[in-house]
Design a protein around this ligand. Structure first.
Ligand SMILES: Cc1cc2nc3c(=O)[nH]c(=O)nc-3n(C[C@H](O)[C@H](O)[C@H](O)COP(=O)(O)OP(=O)(O)OC[C@H]3O[C@@H](n4cnc5c(N)ncnc54)[C@H](O)[C@@H]3O)c2cc1C
Length: 484
């Protein structure tokens, strides 16, 4: 059977591209090695409870943002609950800080916790940049440029405010804090570093102002919860594909992509599929291995990052007997002394919504805990117990949960991510921001400048569901711009 497009993997980047191309009337076949869709933004059932595979927070549904664009374009509906307060942070000095959704409330809170000095101008500056970044991201779908058409297209849609953003790519967040005289405020620096780690995957010396300001303002945009877990974010995309005559085939691990005179042959363990176009929705490191063409591999390998520049994750799923309903579902907890094996200075905790009885029955709550594992190849977690115990001890000390309320507990190391998603080294969260890689130096969506494309969290613009969604929009856009 010959399809118009074969999409490799059913992560959020892949499903975005697949849905937009199906919307355009193309017949799409998504090949997924696992038995359910969504990759790192999905849910799985164990012991009758629904746990998140990876991601727990969701943004991108406001005006000018990628998920809004996808849902508006396709008419797909997702069961969303807007969170009144997106997050709380348990700081190393014992204070608990609330990341309010409203800018004014947030500045007041930041001034209360970090002191009044320069908080207002700093946050107003970051918020302004983040708004410009979001407005520009969907207005410049040809970025990063990889041919003349891209440049012409960008020039036609360029606006003066977009040019201002270029200079922000040359400054790091460390430069910005310095300019506002905030580098001496250690509590604030620690806070910024750990917040950047969950949104840009790196610290302030490496994250540029463009991505950093946007990442720090993550909680100032609509934050959402999906009842039943993030599987209910991806299932509607799957249903949409089926309605449009497209398909997802599970347990189909793609081994090789062979360019033909016209189109591609995509080989899995037991099958051969043919299509006019291919979109890889798996990390660059893995995509490289699918192509035999030495020149292409050499070209792509310039963009790939090694394990020592990446992060894996240690994740823990708990079910607890609920006490009173939680006001704030997401918490970042600082651990200044560092966690065993990983040295991580924080971990992230997300609770299922108290009214969401799809994930756990009334009276019980599902809890997702995750922390970064730097350089997943070298950071071998031989025994999960000390790490689990260290996290539980901090959770108890800070009054976040009680050990006697735990009715189920399980945890996973980067090795489990290799097994679940086949991602190289068990690397997750996407390529971290590095100051020597400017946004225009990130890999764009064109793989071979013929009919093969790429999306996902290792290519522009990188991290998170919202980033991969934008990468899927760009891949679909460039494919259409080149061929349709
Ligand atoms: C612990 C953790 C917490 C996170 N928290 C958040 C958060 O709160 N908010 C947020 O926005 N983001 C979060 N992220 C990041 C976010 O989940 C990911 O960046 C995003 O989901 C990645 O999507 P993707 O499409 O790039 O790839 P993936 O989700 O990795 O999807 C790739 C898919 O391809 C499949 N596949 C791989 N190889 C093959 C092959 N050869 N053939 C066929 N199929 C294949 C995999 O099984 C997978 O389903 C988190 C990630 C982790 C791990």
């Amino acid at each position: 059977m010959k399809y118009d497009v074969i999409v490799i993997g059913s992560g959020f980047g892949s499903l975005t591209a697949a849905a937009l191309l199906a919307n355009r009337g193309l017949q799409v076949c998504v090949l997924e090695q696992a038995k359910y869709p969504g990759g790192c933004s999905s849910s799985f059932k164990r012991k009758g409870y629904w746990f998140e595979t990876g991601a727990t927070t969701l943004v991108g549904l406001d005006e000018h943002m990628p998920l809004r664009y996808l849902l508006d374009k396709t008419g797909i509906e997702v069961p969303l609950r807007k969170l009144e307060v997106p997050m709380q942070v348990y700081l190393p000095d014992g204070q608990v800080l609330t990341r309010h959704n409203n800018l004014e409330e947030w500045i007041e809170e930041a001034e209360r916790v970090f002191g009044e000095y320069q908080q207002r101008p700093f946050w107003e500056h970051c918020y302004r940049i983040s708004q410009e970044v979001w407005r520009t991201s969907l207005g410049q779908l040809s970025f990063p440029f990889s041919n003349i058409k891209d440049m012409l297209h960008a020039a036609r849609s360029a606006r003066p405010h977009q040019l201002r953003l270029i200079t922000a790519a040359f400054r790091t967040m460390e430069d910005v804090l310095k300019a506002y005289g905030l580098l001496e405020n250690k509590l604030f620096v620690d806070f910024v570093n750990e917040q950047l780690l969950i949104t840009a995957q790196n610290h302030l010396g490496e994250v540029n102002e463009l991505f950093g300001a946007t990442a720090l303002c993550y909680t100032l945009y609509g934050n959402y919860y999906v009842d039943g877990g993030l599987i209910n974010l991806v299932r509607p995309l799957e249903l949409y594909l089926l309605e449009k005559g497209s398909i997802i085939r599970y347990r189909q691990a793609v081994q090789e992509v062979v360019p033909l005179k016209e189109g591609y042959e995509v080989r899995t363990m037991g099958d051969i599929f043919r299509s006019r176009f291919v979109i890889s929705g798996i990390p660059l490191n893995d995509t490289l291995g699918l192509f035999q063409d030495e020149r292409l591999r050499k070209r792509l390998s310039r963009y790939t990052l090694p394990s020592e520049m990446l992060n894996g994750a240690f994740t823990m799923g708990l079910v607890i007997r609920s006490q009173e309903p939680r006001q704030v579902l997401h918490q970042q907890v600082h651990v200044p002394e560092g966690l065993p094996y990983t040295g991580s200075k924080s971990f992230f905790v997300s609770f299922s919504h108290p009214e969401d009885t799809q994930r756990a029955p009334a009276g019980e709550t599902v809890v997702a805990i995750s922390t970064h594992v730097p350089d997943p190849v070298q950071t071998y977690i031989s025994d999960k117990k000390p790490l689990e115990e260290a996290i539980l001890q901090v959770l108890e000390q800070r009054g976040i949960l009680r050990r006697q309320d735990i009715v189920y507990r399980d945890s996973a190391t980067p090795g489990a991510w290799i097994f679940w998603t086949q991602r190289a080294f068990g690397m997750v969260g996407g390529y971290p921001q590095y100051s020597h890689v400017k946004p225009w130096q990130m890999k764009d969506a064109r793989l071979d400048h013929k009919g093969a494309y790429i999306c996902g969290d290792t290519v522009y613009p990188g991290q998170g569901i919202v980033g991969t969604c934008l990468s899927g929009i760009i891949a679909a856009h460039k494919l259409q711009q080149d061929h349709l």
